[in-house]
Design a protein around this ligand. Structure first.
Ligand code: ZN
Length: 285
């Protein structure tokens, strides 16, 4: 599953290729979209904005409708010049949106719908800007309150709830817990207000740092090795704990641990030395 910062970068690239330009071509293998296009042709409309909301990518058209796509595990958007060879087979094509200069192709997009403004506002699964860590309108206080309400759940699981805050994926989850010294298995109810505020601001800071223009495609939370500008074959070299089980903690030298966590069985990495439970208990007994 792409992290929120990946979708943000995709939206930024698509925005540059499509924004303020008239649509000259539209095709799709998704019946709902072609039916919409039959009644309200997208050709001739202009793309007004492309934005990410958590893991959703939204393309807003001048006619008022929004194309909302969610990539889940399989989907991706590519941008090509006319005539350029596609990097995926045609059979994977779901959506093509063209203007005079570019062709945006959505491959294996599993979820796509056209939404009127009122439908977009009511779409409960598409996060509002106030809870999207990458939005200018991110509301840290409101998100802290939403997070604190999940008292009985483990903090690392709650960080993945897209209706609490959007844009934090499984890699960032472990990294955010590490940089705030929070044990990922600690129940939210055992964290004080200060710690919750710290978790929310760290979420925003870490994810935002990874969408800077020069940040590349690798997630970076550990700056010690200056990996930002190089393409490193080992992604965990730029991270504090994720993917580093058995290796020494970069702060205290203890062995990094790994465990499957939560109802969705997502992998979690942490350092018991730097991230103790509030009552001092050890998660591995
Ligand atoms: Zn440590």
């Amino acid at each position: 599953m792409p992290e929120g910062d990946t979708i943000f970068r995709t939206a930024r690239a698509l925005g540059r290729a499509l924004t303020d330009k008239p649509v000259t071509g539209f095709r799709s293998t998704i019946a709902l979209l072609t039916r919409y296009d039959d009644e309200t042709p997208l050709v001739g409309q202009t793309v007004e904005q492309v934005e990410s909301r958590g893991k959703w990518l939204l393309i807003h058209f001048s006619g008022g409708a929004t194309l909302a796509t969610h990539m889940l595990m399989s989907g991706s958007w590519h941008i090509y010049r006319p005539g350029e060879r596609w990097q995926q087979p045609r059979i994977n094509m779901r959506i093509v949106l063209e203007n005079a200069e570019y062709m945006a192709v959505g491959f294996r997009v599993p979820v796509a719908k056209m939404l009127a403004p009122e439908q977009l506002a009511r779409a409960a699964r598409i996060p509002a800007p106030a809870i999207d860590v990458l939005s200018e309108d991110f509301d840290t206080d409101a998100v802290a309150r939403r997070l604190a309400a999940h008292k009985g759940e483990e903090i690392a699981d709650v960080l993945l709830h897209q209706e609490v805050l959007a844009g934090v994926g499984n890699v960032f989850k472990s990294e955010i817990c590490f940089v705030t010294g929070t044990n990922p298995f600690c129940r939210v109810g055992a964290l004080d207000d200060f710690k919750i505020a710290e978790l929310v601001s760290a979420s925003q800071r870490l994810v935002k740092a990874n969408v800077l223009e020069d940040s590349g495609d690798t997630i970076v939370t550990f700056g010690g090795k200056k990996r930002r500008t190089t393409h490193n074959a080992d992604p965990s070299a730029s991270l504090w704990v994720y993917g580093r089980d058995g290796e020494p903690c970069r702060r205290c030298g203890q062995r990094i641990r790994r465990r499957i966590q939560g109802p969705d069985a997502r992998v979690t990495f942490w350092c018991q030395g730097c991230q103790p439970m509030p009552d001092g208990s050890d998660i591995d007994g």
